[in-house]
Design a binder for this molecule. Structure first.
Ligand code: UD1
Length: 365
């Protein structure tokens, strides 16, 4: 009998993780009947719809349209919408991705309705409970029946938390499936010429973590060091709405030296992949970009005190500097002097993660 599987996505970093699995499930029409649900956590065209188009994902079957709000508001709205949907049309299995509020809300609803749950990108831990994502990861993993792990630290973390190893599968990094699938098309992006950039002569930056951009002093301190780096090599900053809003509210727009730091609107998946892959290095506080830069072997400076993705530091091209200006500057100078960190590609980051997950679903469901 065909299994009815609901895949739930909500925010930008979910979409590139879901796309390969949606495609792979579609290759088994006799076994699976998948349904794509979008919570609407992200709703701006260039944080949401553009990704669906570029990743060639089908339009969501269901759109909950929850929008923004406090954590409780957003999580609760997703829970209310999903509960109704699951009760009306009960799936056999639900799959969630990553660590956003949509992931957590879905996990709680599925578990309470006794619907089996799979978590893709399971086991990552920053051990920093001030990050909303850490709470989302811990709860989702605790409630999941099948846990698909992207790097070996995930296996260790889940074991330490007492999660039975029969539920845990090291399937690799599904985001790298998307990167590999789209690398050639992204190569044709004209984003460099649009921004008048030459390969290796600029830095690509993202910055949107609440810990960095919701705090005026920290944001201001980061801008100072970023301007300094930008005096040596221009920095391109596709600016997340959260960061943009706070730049305005904190009155920090004047602290941006336009000759050093260029603010642009958030980019689509293909343009950003091109921007990353040709950059001299990456400055970020994002999770996924630490992994993409490791795969691309581009030096990455992560302006956070920790990472839930330690493999990117152990064998990848990532360095953790925190928000200490001296450390950020030192890391940037090292790269500019040709002493940037080189890395290797971690195990099972090979473009076949979706295949491995579907093979397990065929066996287990
Ligand atoms: C969310 C994820 C974060 C992820 C990030 C990537 C959680 C807890 N956080 O953070 O892990 O790295 O997405 O983008 O789920 N906004 C818009 N347009 C949108 C969406 C949001 O303008 O389409 C603005 C709103 O002002 C909103 C704010 O951004 O209040 C924050 O959005 P939210 O979805 O709460 O969290 P992100 O910061 O995007």
């Amino acid at each position: 009998m065909k299994k009815h599987i609901d895949l739930v996505v909500g925010a930008r970093p979910n979409f590139m993780k879901a796309a390969p699995l949606v495609a792979e499930l579609g290759r088994h029409p006799d076994h699976f009947s998948p349904r794509l649900i979008h919570t609407g956590q992200h709703y701006d065209h260039n944080l949401s719809q553009m990704f669906f188009e570029q990743l060639k994902m089908p339009r969501p079957d269901i759109f909950l349209g929850v929008g923004s709000g406090t954590h409780a508001e957003q999580t609760a709205k997703i829970m209310l919408g999903l509960e109704q949907e699951f009760m009306k049309n009960r799936p056999d299995f639900v799959i969630v991705f990553g660590d956003v509020n949509s992931t957590l809300a879905t996990a709680i609803v599925a578990a309470k309705l006794d619907i089996r749950l799979g978590h893709v990108e399971s086991g990552l831990r920053s051990f920093d409970n001030t990050m909303p994502e850490e709470i989302n990861r811990i709860v989702t993993d605790r409630l999941s029946d099948l846990l698909f792990v992207s790097e070996k630290s995930g296996l260790e973390n889940l074991e330490a938390e007492g999660i039975h190893k029969d539920k845990v599968f090291f399937t690799g990094n599904i985001m790298i499936d998307s990167l590999i699938n789209n690398y050639e098309v992204a190569g044709q992006s004209d984003i460099l010429s649009k921004l008048s950039l030459s390969p290796k002569e600029y830095v690509a930056m993202t910055l949107h973590r609440p810990a960095n951009v919701d705090n005026k002093e920290i944001f201001e301190g980061l801008l100072t060091v970023i301007n300094k780096i930008g005096e040596r090599i221009p920095i391109i900053f596709p600016c997340h709405p959260r960061a943009r809003k706070n730049l305005e509210e904190f009155g920090l727009l004047n602290n941006v030296n336009p000759g050093a730091l260029k603010l642009i609107d958030p980019l689509g998946y293909l343009d950003f992949l091109k921007l990353q892959s040709e950059a001299r290095f990456i400055l970020t506080d994002s999770g996924g970009i630490q992994e993409e830069s490791t795969y691309l072997n581009i030096p990455c400076i992560t302006m956070r005190n920790n990472t839930e993705r330690p493999i990117t530091v152990e064998i990848g091209s990532n360095i953790i500097t925190g928000v200490d200006s001296k450390k950020v500057l030192e890391a940037a100078n090292q790269i500019l002097e040709g002493r940037g960190k080189k890395g290797r590609i971690p195990d099972l980051w090979d473009g076949k993660t979706a295949e491995r997950i579907v093979a397990i679903l065929l066996q287990k469901l």
